[in-house]
Design a protein around this ligand. Structure first.
Ligand SMILES: NC(=O)c1ccc[n+]([C@@H]2O[C@H](COP(=O)([O-])OP(=O)(O)OC[C@H]3O[C@@H](n4cnc5c(N)ncnc54)[C@H](OP(=O)(O)O)[C@@H]3O)[C@@H](O)[C@H]2O)c1
Length: 317
């Protein structure tokens, strides 16, 4: 099978598409023929060796991508039999979805929403799960509350805007002015251009501040939080974990989302898609052989939605 991999950390040019033996599913795993995969900033960070390098060096050569959509080729799970169209994300620091075949644990995949193409379905798992788990679980977002989403036009943000609306919230989207029309179309009630004024200096007050981009730290953001407001960061590190720990017993609390694969949550995303509340936002598609170009584009941090890799040579619905 063909798979994107790298043997050393470095720029996108270290990425290769190689011929490998097909993977063999272990007990509790399904084998999936991948039609499309999607990239996330973590792919860039790991490949560049800038973060997680110490943890991932012993694992070299490493595969690329966690998100996938495809067709089950081998299964011992009666709820997802051979031939079922599935989507999901690899968890626990496993990469390698940008490959013709991938082994996934049961919790990591679910039946694909019927209305989506493979490339749309591949765009959804990691960013949809991140948004759902951050807003519903870490922030406890409830209907009628006000949420600010900073970084609203990227991979996570475009889906977080829709999921916050599906949860019944009033959504303020913070992104560049050029993307205000996009986030309004996705359901944002109000828009803010962070280049004019940092969102943590707004006059409004928010029940939830979802700092998707990662440059609005809790000590600044707390001034725009309501007295029991929650701040959720996406970038794990000593400071974000420190604020979370320090505010455990406070009225205003900080949290760090750590996305985890969960079939029930993928099913919840599928239900939102079926109800017309959520649609994957795909910015660009690249063929597997252009994996280096795809990561070069993601590295610009200007993606409007997701960067998707077409793995199957003749993509079908
Ligand atoms: N902890 C977790 O479980 C978890 C899960 C998923 C993602 N993440 C992290 O979440 C972050 C966002 O991920 P993503 O997939 O949304 O990334 P992305 O798609 O690469 O984000 C691109 C967006 O970043 C915005 N941006 C660029 N510079 C900015 C700035 N200076 N201030 C504010 N926004 C800026 C751009 O918006 P404009 O062009 O409109 O300015 C663009 O739309 C990454 O750090 C990722 O690693 C963490």
């Amino acid at each position: 099978m063909r798979a994107a991999r790298f043997h050393r950390f470095g720029p996108p040019s270290v990425l290769r598409v190689e011929e490998l033996p097909p993977p063999r599913p272990r007990r509790g795993e399904l084998l999936v023929r991948v039609h499309a995969a999607a990239l996330n900033p973590k792919d860039v960070l790991v490949r560049a060796g800038s973060r997680f390098a110490a943890a991932s060096r012993p694992l070299l050569p490493l595969g690329v991508a966690e998100d996938f959509a495809g067709v089950v080729e081998r299964s011992d799970d009666p709820s997802l039999p051979v031939g079922e169209r599935v989507y999901g994300m690899l968890g626990y620091f496993r990469f390698g979805a940008a490959a013709e075949l991938v082994c996934a644990k049961r919790e990591e995949l679910a039946a694909m929403p019927a209305s989506l193409d493979f490339h749309e379905a591949a765009a959804l798992p990691l960013v949809g799960l991140t948004s759902l788990q951050a807003l519903r679980d870490d922030a406890g977002l409830r209907a009628g509350q006000r949420v600010l989403i900073h970084g609203a036009s990227g991979g996570v943000g475009t889906h977080a805007v829709q999921i916050a609306k599906a949860l019944g919230a009033h959504v303020t989207a913070s992104c560049s002015r050029a993307n205000h029309a996009l986030v309004r179309e996705l359901g944002a009630d109000a828009v803010h251009d962070y280049r004019e004024r940092p969102p943590s200096e707004l006059d409004a007050r928010f029940d939830v501040f979802f700092d998707v981009y990662g440059n609005q730290p809790f000590p600044k953001a707390r001034r725009v939080l309501t007295p029991r407001g929650r701040h959720v960061a996406t970038v794990p590190g000593p400071s974000t974990f420190g604020w979370a720990f320090a505010t455990t017993l406070s009225r205003r609390r900080a949290r760090v989302v750590l996305v985890r694969p969960r079939r029930a949550d993928l099913d919840a995303l599928s239900a939102m898609v079926a109800r017309g509340q959520l649609r994957p936002v795909v910015d660009r598609r690249f063929p597997l052989d252009a994996i280096a170009e795809a990561e070069t584009y993601l590295e610009t941090k200007r993606a409007r939605g997701k960067v998707v890799i077409d793995v199957a040579t003749s993509p079908e619905r």
